[in-house]
Design a protein around this ligand. Structure first.
Ligand code: AQP
Length: 326
């Protein structure tokens, strides 16, 4: 059975980009693979977090994992900082990563932009991500398209260390969805939808009320052509709405183009509001049941134990290869 690992940062409530790009795959994969899903809290502190809010967000994300359909009987759900191997392996990989390759990471460039000085943790973020993945002898990493470069770096690090120290790591592969792999911001369809973007109307969070969903979609940036056609280059706004619609409804973009031929953007947006609200309603219902339950705490405790049991022998092997310890 293949092993799958992925994680989400507790930096705010998950949005439909996180869901369509990553979480939907998490759910499908749990029936055919050994899945490990992490709330990557150590990644989130690469930018400042309010400690009290962070604690809440960790539980929010874990509850959302379960609300979207991840079954803790099938998959391991846990919090990154509960398994010490992540930090330990991170250091070993940091010693084998080059500053040149890290400075080429586009996510770092975007997040560091405009800052006088960026935290070293932000610079090393992709190394910690590599540690998360390699710690579990992972075969497959389901992520959104924005993480392609980080997966490549993970593979490079694994191959580099295997060549230098002998077979140490499984070399993982990224797994990307076709529709929804990169959901763009509603207010600016040239940048990706993000949890931490200042404008609330730029995203649809999984827990948003129908009225907020309506407002964000009806205000979404389009263009003045008035034709419903998928064309990322020239019509990024309309193309983004069509992609979201397609991912939630199961209809292809071509089917949607045909359905809305000759109609204005208003109709497309109105129907997309309905499709989105209906898709999110059962997730929101289930979230309410789980978020403040003992079940959630127990799932995370049990998940950390199960994750540790896989990570410890891997760390033992890695330390052995590097000649660390007694
Ligand atoms: N817009 C997106 N479209 C498709 N997939 C996306 N993902 C993120 N944004 C989109 C995927 O969601 C998973 C979890 O992401 P993350 O929380 O680990 O970090 P991120 O990529 O930095 O996500 P955000 O929402 O942009 O968070 P902030 O604002 O905190 O940086 C990943 O698999 C990611 O590919």
């Amino acid at each position: 059975m293949k092993r799958v690992f992925s994680g989400v940062q507790p930096t705010g409530n998950l949005h439909i980009g996180n869901y369509l790009g990553a979480l939907k795959q998490f759910v499908t994969l749990q029936d055919d693979a050994e899945c490990i899903y992490c709330v990557v809290d150590m990644h989130s502190i690469t930018v400042p977090q309010d400690p009290k809010l962070l604690k809440d967000h960790i539980k929010d994300i874990a509850a959302l994992y379960m609300a979207v359909g991840i079954d803790p009987k099938k998959a391991i759900i846990f919090v990154q900082s509960d398994v010490p191997g992540h930090a330990e392996l991170n250091w070993i990989l940091t010693c084998n990563a080059y500053t040149g390759e890290l400075s080429r990471m586009t996510q770092f460039k975007q997040k560091a932009q405009g800052r006088e000085s960026a935290p070293a943790g932000l610079f090393c973020y992709p190394v910690l991500m590599a540690a998360d993945i390699l710690l579990y002898d992972t075969d497959i990493v389901p992520v959104g398209n924005d993480q392609k470069q980080h997966i490549e770096l993970t593979r490079d690090l694994a191959i580099r260390i295997n060549n230098k120290y002998g077979e140490t790591f499984v070399v993982p592969e990224g797994r990307f969805v076709k529709s929804g792999a990169r959901v763009m911001a509603l207010d600016d369809p040239t940048s990706k939808m993000s949890k931490s973007a200042p404008n609330e109307m730029s995203r649809i969070s999984l827990l948003d009320e129908p009225s907020k969903i309506k407002k964000a979609i009806m205000r979404a940036t389009t263009d003045s052509e008035g034709v419903i056609r998928y064309d990322i280059e020239n019509k990024p706004g309309v193309s983004n709405l069509l992609s979201i619609y397609s991912a939630f409804s199961g209809k292809t973009v071509e089917e949607l183009e045909a359905q809305y031929q000759g109609q204005g953007y208003g109709n497309l947006k109105k129907d997309l509001v309905e499709v989105t609200v209906n898709a999110l309603a059962p997730i929101q219902e289930r979230f309410k049941e789980i978020r403040y339950s003992d079940e959630l705490v127990n799932v995370l405790k049990d998940g950390a134990e199960r994750a540790n049991a896989i990570a410890e022998p891997v760390m033992k092997r890695v330390k052995e290869r590097f000649g660390l310890g007694l």
